[in-house]
Design a protein around this ligand. Structure first.
Ligand code: NPW
Ligand code: ADP
Ligand code: K
Length: 522
């Protein structure tokens, strides 16, 4: 699992070590130089003789870049430093000059962005050391224009140069993942001591590239501080996944009640069920009208259409809230789940059940699964006027707000999926592929989540002391990981999303689920 800590937590962990004189910056800079050299070699370049440009701001972030440049110059790189802060870090500057780094006072140039771009064109690596955890707000002039010009230059030739961000891509919201102004998208971010929330959270996560965490020996100090954002790795999900043992039978594995699909949108029933059975569980009980029931049985003859005991529910995929009969079925199932303390995935039309405060204080065992548009509608209905664009600009903040207002856990779908409970860490999963942006993919996710919730349903229902309140968020993040990996598999991409892939349908994703789960458990 990757854990990200806020700026305040990092400062607190570093403070005693800095007071004790630990050489944190020297460690950071050495690791940064090592990474730059590795990037050069991985691209088939010799380290010696390569041209490296350091973009140096006025704080310790620029200091990291300068000290790293010192190491690189000693290894034979031709290193240039563009000084872009008003008071460049003195110790780093002196060390860099002594090692032969060529220093450019570009702020004195008549055309600052032009002067930096001219240096950049000659370099195979750009090291972004403008601002790190000391940044406040969007980049200021003239950095705004410099970064904009460099980003345009990079966009014109994406493979060369390699952009290595120091700690964070300068200009992102370090704690909230916002993109308040222009940034230079990185290929790799070398982050110091621990990941930062903005490296995991959308939209900023998309400009961080691969994130490499440098061990500064802060783990012990940071262990005491709760992470602000977590990202589950496949091994974490394997640990959580309900794997049947020899003593299990279908009822102990978990039964999922599905209230999805309608006469108007019958396919959603098939897809939600396909997600659940593909993820693996004891049994699905489907509750719906004739057309979707017939379709479900045609694809999944094992599904039971008779009422009975369940351990969790999926409610709402493919249901129009104006469909009175289906809305009544959703209400009854939600009420039954709440009375029995069973977990619920509340999707699509099911979200309308919490648009008013008829359910004023949901437990965190109810997981809402909106996309950005649905979350905007839900928040607006609950008195927080926001648009889809507002949600997309700050997904984590809006997911948390919805969790606080409703009491539920919120899984917000998107290119990266964010999960927020009313408290506890956020989760940010980026395991999917843009090929997954296709109709019905969300119905499959609801089914996957339902299967996982069913596997833990009895334990959650029995948890009177609230020891498992953080579990639904973790399960939701796990469902997003498996769903995303199944999509990559279906699209013919590697588990890390490598390769161009190919078009997929929601059904393809469901069909790839058993293989994706099996690969995790191997
Ligand atoms: N602490 C440690 O032990 C370790 C820290 N480490 C490293 O130090 C970094 C933190 O360094 P830091 O605290 O010096 O701040 P930093 O990120 O360089 O930013 C401050 C500079 O940016 C400027 N600036 C601010 N906002 C701006 C804006 N919007 N637009 C433009 N400029 C803006 C600000 O200017 P000012 O506002 O003061 O005029 C000032 O010049 C950290 O990320 C990591 O890389 C590692 O070596 C490990 C050990
Ligand atoms: N650009 C993207 N990259 C990766 N995954 C995406 C992207 N866009 C959407 N997704 C995922 O695709 C799914 C779409 O679900 P949703 O919007 O509910 O569609 P539907 O309502 O048609 O089922 C979600 O799991 C979402 O996270
Ligand atoms: K930076």
């Amino acid at each position: 699992m990757i854990r990200a800590h806020t700026v305040a937590a990092v400062r607190e962990a570093e403070a005693p070590r800095l007071t004790a004189g630990e050489p944190l910056m020297a460690r950071a800079a050495f690791a940064l130089a090592t990474r730059v050299a590795a990037e050069l070699r991985e691209r088939g370049h010799r380290v010696s003789g390569s041209v490296v440009l350091l973009l140096v701001g006025g704080g310790n972030n620029g200091g990291d870049a300068l000290f790293a440049g010192t190491h690189l110059a000693r290894r034979g790189c031709q290193v240039h430093a563009a000084l872009l802060g008003e008071r460049p870090p003195a110790a780093g500057l002196a060390a860099a000059r002594a090692a032969g780094v060529r220093v450019h006072e570009v702020l004195a140039a008549p055309d600052v962005p032009g002067a930096v771009v001219a240096l950049a064109r000659a370099a195979g690596v750009w090291v972004d050391g403008l601002t790190g955890i000391g940044a406040r707000g969007p980049l200021r002039a003239p950095l705004t224009a410099v970064v904009g010009a460099l980003a345009a230059e990079k966009a014109a030739s994406p493979d060369e140069p390699v952009v290595v961000a120091v700690d964070v891509p300068s200009g992102i919201g370090v704690d909230d993942g916002a993109l308040p102004g222009p940034v230079l998208p990185a290929d790799v971010t070398v982050t110091m001591g621990t990941a930062k929330p903005g490296l995991l959270l959308p939209p900023a996560a998309a400009v961080a590239g691969r994130v490499e965490v440098v061990d500064l020996g802060l783990d012990g100090d940071l262990a005491a501080a709760a992470p602000a954002v977590c990202r589950l790795a496949p091994a974490d999900v394997a640990d959580l996944w309900p794997v049947p043992g020899p003593a299990d039978q279908k009822y102990t594995r978990g039964v999922l009640g599905v209230v999805a699909g309608s006469q108007a949108f019958p396919g959603a029933a098939v897809l939600a069920v396909a997600g659940a059975v593909g993820a693996g569980l004891g049994m699905v009980r489907y509750r719906g009208p004739e057309v979707p029931t017939g379709l479900v049985h045609a694809r999944h003859p094992e599904v039971v259409a008779a009422p009975g005991r369940v351990q969790a529910w999926v409610i709402g995929s493919g249901i129009d809230p104006d469909d009175a009969a289906r809305t009544q079925a959703m209400e009854e199932s939600l009420a039954a789940a709440l009375a029995a303390r069973l977990p619920v995935a509340l999707d699509a039309g099911g979200l309308s059940l919490v648009h008013d405060d008829g359910h004023p204080d949901l437990p965190a065992t109810v997981v809402l699964t909106p996309h950005a548009g649905e979350l905007a509608t839900l928040l607006t209905a609950r008195g927080e006027e926001v648009t889809r664009a507002d949600v997309e600009a700050a997904p984590a903040r809006h997911a948390r707000l919805a969790a606080e207002i409703t009491g539920a856990t919120v899984l917000l779908k998107g290119a990266a999926t964010v999960v927020a409970a009313p408290d506890g860490p956020l989760y940010a999963q980026a395991d999917a592929t843009p090929w997954l942006a296709t109709a019905g993919a969300g119905d499959v996710l609801a089914g996957v989540l339902g299967a996982l919730l069913a596997g833990y349903g009895d334990a959650i229902a029995a948890d009177e002391e609230g020891r498992l309140t953080a579990l639904p968020a973790r399960l939701a993040a796990a469902a997003a990981l498996v769903h995303g990996r199944a999509a990559r598999r279906a699209a013919g991409q590697g588990p890390d999303g490598s390769g161009p892939g190919a078009p997929i349908t929601a059904q393809d994703v469901a069909a790839a689920l058993p293989g994706a789960v099996g690969a995790l458990l191997r």
